[in-house]
Design a protein around this ligand. Structure first.
Ligand SMILES: Cc1cc2nc3c(=O)[nH]c(=O)nc-3n(C[C@H](O)[C@H](O)[C@H](O)COP(=O)(O)O)c2cc1C
Length: 183
């Protein structure tokens, strides 16, 4: 069984809840899982596999989650890594259509551009987009205008965690890390 880190960039908590559900599901299948904010991550050495997710704001991931991908690129490249984005949210015709599209096919929904680029560098196994939530407490200058609601689908999120668990059960966990030549 694997030691897995699920790290999240969550401004208002709904992505952190998604990360907790993923962690819970992986634990239920026998894995040891830590779930924590991306900004708290110092070292990936103790983990066999990594999941990183973030809420999307104005087409961008939260800084801490993005920085994790940049700072730990080498460690992520040598471990099975999965990414997820939380957002879109609904409340208008166009936004509801985006939510529907993400629900229909979380893995086909385009990741934010900078995330797609990092994904390639890391060689991430996959990226999923899950509809998010906007709480009443969001009172920032832009946040006030965003329709409130919770569009998260925790069954779909658990199903994605199951895909991760299934892949981990059939693939080698770490690529060979380079060994310095003797002498
Ligand atoms: C001001 C604002 C801007 C947002 N911008 C986007 C966006 O560009 N793309 C998207 O998919 N979702 C967007 N969302 C939806 C958030 O990603 C969603 O609410 C997410 O679940 C928030 O995660 P958090 O609670 O972990 O911070 C936005 C929400 C707010 C309030």
């Amino acid at each position: 069984m694997s030691a897995i880190l699920v790290a999240h960039g969550s401004k208002h908590g709904s992505t952190a809840e998604i990360a907790e559900v993923i962690g819970e599901r992986l634990r239920s299948q026998g894995h040891t899982v830590d779930v924590c904010p991306a900004g708290d991550v110092r070292d990936l050495a103790g983990y066999d596999a990594i999941v990183v997710g973030s809420g999307v704001y104005m087409f961008h991931w939260q800084k801490d989650a993005m920085n994790l991908l940049k700072r730990h690129e080498a460690a992520l490249r040598s471990r099975p890594t999965w990414l997820f984005s939380s957002g879109p949210t609904g409340g208008s015709e166009k936004a509801d259509a985006a939510v529907e599209e993400a629900r229909r096919s979380p893995s086909a929904f385009p990741a934010p551009k900078e995330v797609a680029q990092r994904m390639e560098r890391i060689g991430a196994r996959g990226h999923a987009t899950f509809p998010g939530a906007v709480g009443e407490g969001m009172g920032g200058i832009f946040e006030r205008w965003v329709p409130k609601g919770d569009w998260r689908d925790f069954d779909a999120i658990r199903a994605w965690a199951d895909v991760i668990a299934a892949e981990l059960s059939r693939t080698p966990l770490r690529l060979e890390e380079p060994v310095a030549p003797a002498g």
